[in-house]
Design a protein around this ligand. Sequence first.
Ligand code: URP
Ligand code: ZN
Ligand code: ZN
Length: 463
Amino acid sequence: MSLLIRNATVVTAEETKAADVLVEGEVIKEVRPGIPLNAAQTGIDATGMYILPGGIDCHTHLDMPFGGTTSADDFETGTRAAAFGGTTSIVDFAIQGRGTRMRDALDTWWKKAEGKACVDYGLHMIVTDLGGCGLEDMDELVDEGVASFKLFMAYPNVLMVDDATIFKALARTAKNGALICMHAENGSVIDVIVARALAEGKTAPVYHALTRPTRAEAEAVHRAIAMAEIAGAPVYIVHLSSEDALNQVREARDRGVPAFAETCPQYLLLSIEELERPNFEGAKYVFTPPLRTKDNLPKLWDGLKHDHLQVVSTDHCPFCFEDQKILGKDDFTKIPNGGPGIENRLQLLHHHGVNAGKLSLNRFVEITSTAPARIFGMYPKKGEIAPGSDADLVIWDPHTLYRISAETHHMRVDYSMFEGFEVKGNARTVISRGEVIVDDGQWLGRAGRGKYLKRTARGGAWK
Ligand code: URP
Ligand code: ZN
Ligand code: ZN
């Protein structure tokens, strides 16, 4: 099957140019102006549209047990919602149970995705315990295409690991070429502050944010980078939320240290006031790290523009308000941590980044697709529009108006963090490995068509 997308403006991280894109089977065959359409090809007219490489969301939590419940989107509903928003690859997180082998967790997460994933998916492994053979397990996982591991400096007694574990894991990646992703917050300090707040009867959602100071994030970012330097490995900070933390990354990068970081739309667009919404609605904005004061937002945008931050992911981890967030009605520490966003990343960044003049179109493509592909070992198969790359393409209408709402979104969650946001620009047609899966708001894909992405070690963070 052959597709010819004609008359478009092709936008990559490098350039913007008028060209046609010829797709044969699952891959891109040719990119140039004036490719003739023949009778065997399906033609798509993209006049006035951009063609972007499919979005890559390298931080999602589908079907994840967490906080006494399970995230509301599974691999089917979550990846379908991703596709509607122009995301054609995700990297989700498998979780090693303490005292168990990482291989078991990988098998469990493969089963979760099997028959369900609508777009291609990779997996990071959350390491909770290096135990007897954890370091060998890491090598085995790298061979299976799990080229990155997440470690937590927060959530004591749940996911947090000590500095020795972090350092050993970092040192192992210096040999096997994987990448350590850090949830950087000082969990021990935060736990003391949280206990103090609860003892004072402070149980409302806003105390989730007030008990997690930016210094606790910055300190952990600093420590993570220092340990990575000693180990001789790069490090990637996930869901960075504050100027304080960003300063640590920038300072390290200025010294030539291979430190990388992502932020998320919620940290770019929302602030701590959301947690003060009445009727417990602040719980909709309880995730970790928390929303910060408004003065942080322009600093994060600036960080993206100047490459102090390299990626925007979503940290999509949806819990329904009515029957999941409510678990913390009388105690903010029992509110499942996480928010939905897998569908809206490109819309929000295009509107608030490109349309607002904060990001160039090419930088928009870079931070949503090309950089995650490079850093996480998927490039140039993903994140590029060039002969030989997978035909993961988004025909993007930069002029269409769209109103984000839980009434119309495709995520299986009963609220939107961005309810009522009006954006200009949206995915019109979404192509995954040569197959049109979304067209004009219609779902044409199918559950189970998404393939596991076997990622390579020594990706962009090592160059
Ligand atoms: O609150 C969050 N971010 N939930 C998902 C788990 C994590 O730490 O990424
Ligand atoms: Zn995290
Ligand atoms: Zn996360």
